[in-house]
Ligand binder design. Sequence first.
Ligand SMILES: [Mg+2]
Length: 117
Amino acid sequence: MDSDIKKLTAMIQAFVAERDWAQFHDPKSMSMALAVEASELMEHFTWLHTPAQVESYLSEHREDVADEMADVMVYLLELMAILNVDPVEAVERKMKKNAAKYPVEKSKGNRKKYIEL
Ligand SMILES: [Mg+2]
């Protein structure tokens, strides 16, 4: 998995380098672009309310939704590379923090924020 992420990051960096786009990819612009792509992902689900509606929608638009998820991940992986953040280490570290904030015995089956537990 780690090497898959490194491979994807290298692919993204090569794509950017071939187009000489690194000059435009400052952290502010990248984080904004990431948020725009996250909004494009949300747009697919905006007016879907039930699991049946989602399933029906995905039967025709799964690849479009996957494309938006990929856009988010592309910007995120590139931003992590720009800021010298290791994706695997960052996720592992954050999941440990999440586990401490949301202990199973207090969190299982409820959606309360950690400050309410
Ligand atoms: Mg997009």
